[in-house]
Design a binder for this molecule. Structure first.
Ligand SMILES: Cc1cc2nc3c(=O)[nH]c(=O)nc-3n(C[C@H](O)[C@H](O)[C@H](O)COP(=O)(O)OP(=O)(O)OC[C@H]3O[C@@H](n4cnc5c(N)ncnc54)[C@H](O)[C@@H]3O)c2cc1C
Length: 569
């Protein structure tokens, strides 16, 4: 088996991974040899989809402040965010905006040339810095261009990591399947940054890229890293019906209205002050309530919807500020938002939970850090505010890039990887080739139906119990999944089996955490426990891998600034 050695391995080439790579290359001044590995071509990472903006305090002279951004984030999180992490985040985010500006990003601007900002849900100031409605696309290009300055960076594109090798609580390397050549090899490294993004592809109606299957989370979980707060899955209020493609919160930030089938702007009832730009958990619950009470628009496939109406914004504003939204509506819903409202409903959109880390993004395993959506530094708590994620990827990309490369430089010897372990890994991967057996595509479809219907915006014990039971049965079935394609090269059939296994492991953790948490907080809304319960549940959930299902534990929330109060918008 071939073996490649690097000082630092970065698993994932989204905004978090690329930002980490730049920082590591910059501060190591060529001393460290860095690898970036991605299951897709680098620029096809999910981050290019980010649309609406990146949150940071840019104009304090106009009334915004770091304290206000911190308060909005903590209140938005339903008080589950760790407040020391929030404090670090809001201080670093403006520096990242300026850093990207210096690297050449075309931020949208005010008429006087200063960086523009738009309103976003749950922020009490216009705080989302944006590049039209293609913010992630431009951020990725800017980071990619900047990375070209550094020589000692090796790319492994279209290479799929299958396992994180940990021995004696210390990082050893990754096993990797090169999808383009069919090779199976090991990457040995002194340090690892996991930046593999989220996993909402376990839902059918989702804004996510097809590739966002939570591989990094699942690999880490199986390797012994605890996952934190996984029951908190964000539903974005405006997924385009029927595809789920995102209609950015920027559309409501720019002034779009949510309208029910009675023609009412119903958010006035649920969040009188913020209306459409209340936090996402509140807007999503309001929309589902309107639909359940018969004030939505019915569809035969069950994807009943609400309208987002942009018509009053006028053609000029829509073309300038929301060109992608117009293009998406025309191409995928066959209507022009300049003259017609767009059909939308809440769609699975973001994982607040992830691999448990400390405030530096460090994990419990020596030599491993996590950045971006794969991690849970506890910035978003139970509900993320829009535009805080890309900012988090930048801030903790930079932090972990520096920490990990400094560690790698000091750690002299490359760790040894046991030959026997590698042989087992390869056999495990390619023994998936069953001639006859279960259909992984149908298993995935069933998982998505379960998650859409029983682990959605509203939850209850009965549905969660039945979801858990069926997910466990599907986990058994997938062990015997059929792989008709016998090739090792671009074998998407085998790839699907691996991804579905990962999704099932993570779905089990989400449901187990959701069942245990007998309260409603942020995005986790239990009909049978409708109140937030700070006495018993002001704590993070930790899930540890065990063959029979996750073992749950809990850890306190760090409160340094604000005690929990009722959220009103
Ligand atoms: C449609 C949409 C719009 C959004 N808009 C915004 C916005 O405007 N503002 C905002 O703040 N947030 C937004 N978000 C959220 C934000 O885009 C994401 O949270 C963020 O981009 C995640 O970046 P990341 O670097 O953590 O991971 P990703 O960009 O998801 O990258 C993951 C990387 O890991 C690699 N990878 C995964 N598994 C493997 C494996 N097994 N082997 C090898 N490589 C692997 C992938 O190839 C990829 O390179 C949006 C989300 C969606 C879905």
């Amino acid at each position: 088996m071939r073996e490649f050695d690097h000082d630092l391995i970065i698993l994932g080439s989204g905004i978090a991974g690329l930002r980490a790579a730049i920082e590591a290359a910059r501060i190591s001044r060529g001393e460290a040899d860095i690898a970036i590995i991605s299951k897709v071509q680098l620029m096809r990472s999910h981050s290019v989809c980010a649309e609406g903006g990146t949150a940071a305090v840019m104009h304090p002279e106009e009334g915004d402040s770091l304290e206000l951004h911190a308060w909005d984030t903590v209140r938005g999180s339903d008080f589950l965010a760790d407040q020391d992490a929030v404090a670090r985040f809001i201080e670093e985010a403006p520096k990242e905006i300026i850093q990207l500006e210096h690297w050449g990003i075309p931020w949208s601007r005010r008429p006087d040339g200063r960086i523009d900002q738009r309103p976003f849900g749950g922020h009490s100031f216009d705080r989302a810095v944006f590049a039209a409605d293609k913010t992630g696309f431009f951020e990725m290009h800017t980071l990619y261009d900047t990375l070209q300055k550094y020589a000692r960076v090796t790319r492994y594109d279209e290479c799929y990591a299958t396992s994180i090798l940990v021995e004696d609580s210390s990082f050893r390397g990754l096993t990797v399947w090169d999808l383009t050549s069919g090779d199976f090899f090991v990457l040995r490294g002194r340090a690892l940054i996991i930046a593999t993004g989220g996993a909402c592809r376990m839902y059918g109606f989702t804004t996510y890229s097809l590739t966002a299957t939570g591989d990094g989370l699942a690999m880490a979980y199986r390797a012994g890293f605890p996952l934190k707060d996984m029951e908190f899955v964000q539903f974005h209020p405006t997924g385009l019906v029927p595809s789920g493609i995102l209609i950015t919160e920027g559309a409501r930030g720019e002034g779009g209205y949510l309208i029910n089938s009675k023609g009412e702007r119903f958010m006035e009832k649920y969040a009188p002050a913020k209306k459409e730009i209340a936090p996402r958990d509140i807007v999503s619950r309001s929309m589902i309530t309107e639909i359940e009470q018969g004030r939505g628009f019915a569809r035969p496939d069950g994807l009943d919807y609400i309208h987002i109406d942009l018509r009053h914004l006028g053609a000029d504003k829509i073309n300038q500020r929301l060109p992608l939204i117009r293009e998406v509506a025309i191409k995928f819903a066959f209507l022009d938002p300049i003259s017609e409202p767009i059909p939308v409903r809440p769609a699975a959109h973001y994982f607040m939970g992830g691999i448990h880390t400390d405030i530096d993004g460090a994990t419990s395993i020596e030599g491993v850090w996590v950045a971006g959506e794969a991690g849970c530094v506890s910035l978003h708590g139970a509900n993320r505010l829009g535009a805080n994620s890309t900012a988090e990827c930048l801030v903790w990309g930079k932090i972990t890039g520096a920490k990990a490369v400094n560690w790698a430089i000091k750690r002299k010897a490359l760790p040894l990887v046991s030959r026997e372990r590698l042989r087992q890994e390869e056999a495990l991967l390619f023994e998936e080739f069953h001639d006859k057996g279960e259909n992984a595509y149908l298993i995935r479809k069933e998982l998505q139906d379960i998650m859409d219907h029983r682990v959605g915006v509203f939850r209850n014990e009965l549905e969660l119990e039945s979801a858990l039971k069926r997910i466990r049965e599907l986990k058994e079935s997938v062990k015997y999944a059929q792989v008709k394609d016998k090739s090792r090269i671009y074998n998407t059939n085998l790839l699907t089996v691996l991804e579905v296994k990962n999704l099932l492991d993570l779905a089990e953790v989400i449901v187990a955490g959701g069942l245990a948490r007998t309260e409603s907080r942020g995005a986790h809304s239990r009909r049978d426990f409708p109140q937030r319960d700070d006495v018993n549940w002001l704590k993070h959930t930790l899930a540890y891998y065990a063959p029979e299902g996750p073992r749950l534990d809990f850890t306190p929330v760090t409160i340094t600034m604000w005690e929990p109060v009722e959220r009103r918008y």
